[in-house]
Ligand binder design. Sequence first.
Ligand code: SAM
Length: 416
Amino acid sequence: MPSTEGLGARRAALQMLEGVLRRGHTLDAAAAHVRGLSPPDHGLAVAIAGEALRRLPDLDDLIDSATRQRLPDDSKARMVLRLALAQKIGLHTPDHALVATALPLVDGGPRRLVHGVLGTLLRRSVPESDAPRLPADVEERWGAAWGEKVVEAARRQIAKRAPLDLTFADDSEAQDYAAAHGGVSLAPRHVRLASSSVAELPGFGGGRWWVQDLAASLPARLIPDGSTDVLDLCAAPGGKTMQLAALGHRVTSVDSSESRLRRLGENLQRTHLRADLVTADALEWKPGRQFDAILLDAPCSATGTFRRHPEVLYRARPKIIADDAQLQTRLLARAASWLKHGGTLVYSVCSLEPQEGEEVIAAFLAAHDDFTLEPPNGLPEFATASEGGWVRILPGLLEGEGGLDGFFIARLVRRG
Ligand SMILES: C[S@@+](CC[C@H](N)C(=O)[O-])C[C@H]1O[C@@H](n2cnc3c(N)ncnc32)[C@H](O)[C@@H]1O
């Protein structure tokens, strides 16, 4: 009798994958719904579901190649097979353990079908791609917007674990930390480490640093040094607020989510930094004064974060992207009205969709003739402005060093 040790983790992985693909949850939210597992089993379940999401189109092709029966996309049989193959390819789980933990998940259902498909595939030896395909609609969209080379880079990136980037309040501490812990610094106040658990990192708790993808640290670097009264709009969980506070600005951080803003408060406490926190919907809030500078890191489809959150590629449907673009346009117009003449407004999104970046800014400039686009300076060399005058971070950039999240950043200045 093969062992079914680890069945709880596989059952949880199934629940998580279904939560993402059937109910549209993020993997973090789907994982938070699963309770009662030991931390290692919970971690294993997240790793299995995550691996399945990184490779879904390739896994589905494999499954389809081993049966004439068309398994519906959201059928339990397909979900269980995806998870089993993901373990084979991404986690190198032995075949007997795969089978023993897959079949009980379809008890009372298509057990014989799943056994047959899995047996066929395991006998063939399953190919392991280091550039798995992205969902077809995403490849089409990104191919049209950015070209095939970017799609190929994104394929390579989704197969890999993203490195861990830290931002420090102080540059000399960053350089010391990099030297002491085998990290690399790719920009002032930045350290990149090979991926590992954050809570286990030396200095967590007492440290004046926080986890932040290097691309996500770029927008705050464009707020001028001298601006004292800075509004961080859509601020939580606060990576950019901490950057601004560490530079000595007086920061007002606004976010509509109370729980996310609470996390921002905890982050400030841990890093001994300060900002004024306001829980408010920016579409209704009235600040009562104008600011020297404003950073709007707008809510978006987050497709630029696909390396850490592969499920974003399944959630970002055209309607969601279009709705996000409308919200971003409204938020940007409000932010613009709160800026002093001569002030700087930085707009950013962790999205790889032109609709949420380039197109929002083009429409904004057409409607606001008191604003001009000022090509960014003072950023690390890899983040030079594109022809349009904004910074567009695409898959493939700094690939040898571990890559970056996809981002769009524009710096706008209000005429004096
Ligand atoms: C991309 S995240 C911000 C990340 C943050 N800037 C950072 O660096 O940690 C977008 C944020 O916008 C907030 N948000 C969404 N709609 C909002 C609204 N209408 N008013 C204020 N905040 C909003 C969300 O709660 C979320 O925290």
